[in-house]
Design a protein around this ligand. Structure first.
Ligand code: IPM
Ligand code: MN
Length: 355
């Protein structure tokens, strides 16, 4: 029996609630599909950080790389850690240290009803965003001078390397080619960021030359935000920097029906990758059985697909679509099921599909 090993980090807040449903769905798919996913849980999060002062014990990254085929993470963030120090270590640290440079975020409305735009539906909202995931404004380089005084200066450096920009743009083109897409849109702010985003312009022009069958399209990020609402059907593949990718994928999540619908994969094509719903830990809703687990469940689907279990992964997506069609949905989608009941409904649908 084929077997893979997953490291699961439920994290904080509703991350814990939705991860339980994603794991339940994975167990069901294994049972129906006749393969094995061993999942080990790691209690990294605010609770452990507050108790021990350590967000992730030394050697964890190496352990993940050596022992596991993928990492699954819920969400991080807790009001008791206002500077998010542990989240930076656990989430951003893993992205950086394991070099998970391609943040793959599909923007897909699974049902007409979920799209909030007038006159638009599931056929119109179907594209993917590749967010650069290891540099840009996120690297934490900079500092504060004369803190707390009227003369205070705060500097946050924006890092754009030839290697980093080239590999994410190439990744987007390769994905487009594999998936049979005909257009890649690169989004930057090179009209204002004359150095940091000039390199995006030049590298995009260079890389696109190597993909003659694919149209190379460009939009400044402000125009991209507008066009995502005005004419979302024009997009197939979008590639952008870390910061802009963070922002436009929240906008994209709303086009899919809400933040709780959005899934993502943090990909290192040559190593271990990490999968997570796009939403945060929403402490207000934690433990109340109200969070939308679909984004978490769809992130588990992306993980299975990445691990090569294509058919079982497709059952998950079809099961989620069936649940939405039959109004087996959580509050976020105006339904009346709790987090656990949505997970149960997805499992039931998977048994019907696979059995
Ligand atoms: C995301 C999140 C994170 C990010 C936060 C929690 C640091 O918003 O994955 O989109 O900005 O990358
Ligand atoms: Mn975000």
């Amino acid at each position: 029996m084929e077997e893979k090993k997953i490291a699961v980090i439920p994290g904080d807040g509703i991350g814990i609630d939705v991860t339980a449903e994603a794991v339940k769905v994975l167990d069901t798919v294994c049972e129906v599909g006749g393969f094995r996913l061993i999942h080990d849980e790691f209690d990294f999060g605010a609770e452990r950080y507050l108790a021990t002062g350590v967000s992730m014990p030394e050697g964890t990254y190496e352990l993940f790389q050596k022992e596991y085929d993928a990492i699954y993470i819920g969400a991080l963030g807790d009001p008791r850690v206002p500077d998010m120090a542990h989240a930076r270590d656990i989430l951003l640290g893993t992205r950086f240290v394991l070099d998970l440079f391609a943040n793959h975020r599909p923007i897909q409305a699974l049902h007409d009803r979920l799209c909030p735009l007038k006159g638009r539906g599931r056929d119109d909202i179907n594209f993917v965003v590749f967010r650069e995931n290891t540099e840009g404004l996120y690297v934490g380089m900079g500092g504060i001078f004369k803190k707390g005084t009227p003369d205070e200066v705060a500097i946050q450096e924006d890092i754009n390397t030839r290697k980093g920009v080239e590999r994410i743009i190439e990744y987007a083109f390769n994905f487009a080619k594999r998936a049979g897409h005909t257009k890649v849109t690169m989004s930057d702010k090179s009209n204002a960021l004359r150095f940091g985003h000039d390199i995006w312009q030049r590298v995009f022009a260079e890389v696109s030359e190597r993909y003659p069958g694919i149209e190379a399209n460009h939009l400044y990020v402000d125009a991209l935000a507008l066009q995502m609402i005005k004419r979302p059907e024009q997009f197939q593949v979008i590639v952008t920097c870390n910061m802009f990718g963070d922002i436009v994928t929240d906008l994209g999540a709303m086009l899919q029906g809400g933040l709780g619908m959005a899934a993502s994969g943090n990909i290192n094509p040559e190593g271990i990758s990490m999968f997570e719903p796009v939403h945060g830990s929403a402490p207000k809703y934690a433990g109340k059985n109200v969070a939308n687990p679909f984004g978490a469940i769809l992130s588990a689907q992306m993980m299975l697909d990445h691990l090569g279990f294509h058919e079982p992964a497709s059952w998950i997506e079809r099961a989620v679509v069936l649940c939405i069609e039959n109004e087996e949905t959580p509050q976020e989608l105006d339904g009346n099921l709790g987090t656990r009941e949505v997970g149960d409904a997805v499992c039931r649908r998977i048994r019907e599909l696979g059995g």
